[in-house]
Design a protein around this ligand. Structure first.
Ligand code: ATP
Length: 212
């Protein structure tokens, strides 16, 4: 059975960096990928766009292909979006299918701050997406936790349904939602940093546009 990869984030807004790394991860792992927007991310400020607006942008971005899909379960749950709760649900639904949690290298370095982080390895593999401008240093406790978990051949993932860590060397794209929000707020139109569908409806990007 193809692994199922989960790619969480605020997607405020979804950008070409997200889509490209998710697409490449699906190729490297031969996996289906679900993008999972968080409602209340526990580690960061409240998103600028509402949950409904972020979902509308994701739907527009994902049109025209079927390998990357949308999973809105975290938006339907009350309270903070803890990844551990999401993985417990998915494991119950997916049985022994390999699950792969995709995390950008910047976010991965902060893993020890996540709720019940060590238990994540009982439920899923972790795929670390390379990201330009991110220093390689990881906290000691994280390095110790993953030292014996690293695998490099994608095939190894097929033998177990959880517990390994793999580095996914994806094409570096120095795009961030923070930068895109800054550009839109200053009146710029970052057309080719964002999926084309986001420009089909003027309303989609209105949460970020300057009111001047
Ligand atoms: P912000 O600038 O608001 O922090 P972001 O661009 O990092 O946003 P998020 O929605 O926070 O986007 O990211 C979701 C996931 O995507 C995280 O794991 C993050 O590390 C990863 N990610 C985002 N952009 C890239 C990129 N250009 N290359 C690799 N990983 C990325």
């Amino acid at each position: 059975m193809k692994p199922l990869a989960l790619f969480g984030g605020t997607f405020d807004p979804v950008h070409q960096g997200h889509l490209s790394v998710a697409w490449e991860a699906s190729e490297l792992l031969d996996a289906d990928v679900r993008l999972m927007p968080a409602s209340m991310p526990p580690h960061r400020p409240v998103p600028i766009a509402s949950a409904a607006q972020r979902v509308a942008m994701l739907r527009a971005a994902l049109q025209g292909q079927s390998r990357l899909t949308l999973d809105t379960r975290e938006l339907e749950r009350d309270g903070p979006s803890y990844t551990i709760d999401t993985l417990i649900e998915l494991r119950a639904e997916q049985g022994t299918r390999p699950l792969v949690l995709l995390i950008g290298a910047d976010a991965f370095a902060g893993l020890p701050g996540w709720h019940r982080w060590r238990e994540l390895f009982d439920l899923a593999h972790i795929g670390i997406l390379s990201r330009p401008g991110v220093a390689a240093a990881l906290p000691d406790e994280l390095q110790r936790e993953i030292a014996d978990r690293r695998v490099d051949a994608a095939a190894v993932w097929r033998e177990a349904s959880a517990g390994s860590v793999i580095d996914l060397a994806v094409t570096p794209l120095e795009i961030s939602a923070t930068r895109i929000r800054e550009l839109l707020a200053s009146g710029r139109e970052p057309r080719y940093l964002l999926p084309a569908g986001l420009f089909d409806d003027y309303e989609l990007l209105s949460p970020y546009r300057s009111r001047r």
